[in-house]
Design a protein around this ligand. Structure first.
Ligand SMILES: Cc1cc2nc3c(=O)[nH]c(=O)nc-3n(C[C@H](O)[C@H](O)[C@H](O)COP(=O)(O)O)c2cc1C
Length: 196
């Protein structure tokens, strides 16, 4: 049975750390496309693929985001080569005839039920954000997730028609090891898991 070797496990989770500072090396658009091409293959319910990614790669683009950030997130976001806004399309179901073609009528379940559509978009968009972070690490990059920002401000600035809602932000680049914080504990199996 295939499985990742120890070095790969270190790369994606065991030794990977949330980054707070960035080295000067740039991230190319081809790298961003490669991350997306990998991350998009992760599973979502009804193959709904609701996540939307907006890559901020220039000082001008970053400047539009900065007023929405918590103070503690400003410097690291300025320093990062790329900041991704990870959001979800609240009308993702309009694409289901393409994404779920064997049962195109599933679209109607969501179109007629905004609460179900909203929950589905948020759940699966969040999963896709996680796939994005793991894919970036698997391709040799570092990431730093951020929820310390004003979603309403980001939505007004980047998604003014209201269709896409921001979920969280993620800096991408090559992390500065000297800025990494001490590793925090995690819950043990018995604290977080049940075996029935
Ligand atoms: C969705 C998400 C939001 C986060 N928001 C922030 C944030 O706003 N500011 C910050 O400094 N760190 C933020 N973090 C970083 C977490 O605090 C960090 O991942 C956690 O402490 C574990 O650190 P480690 O990945 O180095 O083990 C966020 C992480 C995630 C995944």
């Amino acid at each position: 049975m295939a499985r990742l070797d120890s070095a790969a496990l270190d790369l994606i989770l065991r030794k990977a750390r949330t980054q707070n500072g960035w080295l000067g090396m740039p991230v190319t658009d081809d790298q961003l496309r490669a991350i997306y091409d990998l991350a998009r293959l992760g599973p979502t319910s009804a193959n709904s693929c609701p996540a939307r990614f907006v890559f901020l790669r220039t000082p001008e683009a970053k400047a539009r985001l900065l007023p929405a950030l918590s103070p503690g997130n400003v410097d690291k976001t300025k320093a990062a080569p790329v900041t991704v806004i990870i959001g979800h399309d609240t009308r993702f179901y309009e694409l289901l005839p393409k994404l779920f073609p064997h049962r195109p009528e599933v679209k109607d379940n969501f179109a007629g039920n905004p609460a179900l559509a909203g929950t589905t978009a948020f759940r699966n968009g969040t999963l896709q954000g996680a796939y994005f972070m793991i894919a970036a690490r698997a391709l040799g990059l570092d990431v730093g997730g951020m929820s310390g920002f004003d979603n309403a401000k980001v939505d007004a600035e980047f998604f003014p028609d209201g269709r896409v809602k921001s979920n969280f932000l993620c800096n991408v680049g090559y992390g500065d090891p000297s800025k990494v914080l001490p590793k925090l504990p995690r819950l043990d199996f018995d604290e977080a898991c049940g075996l029935l």
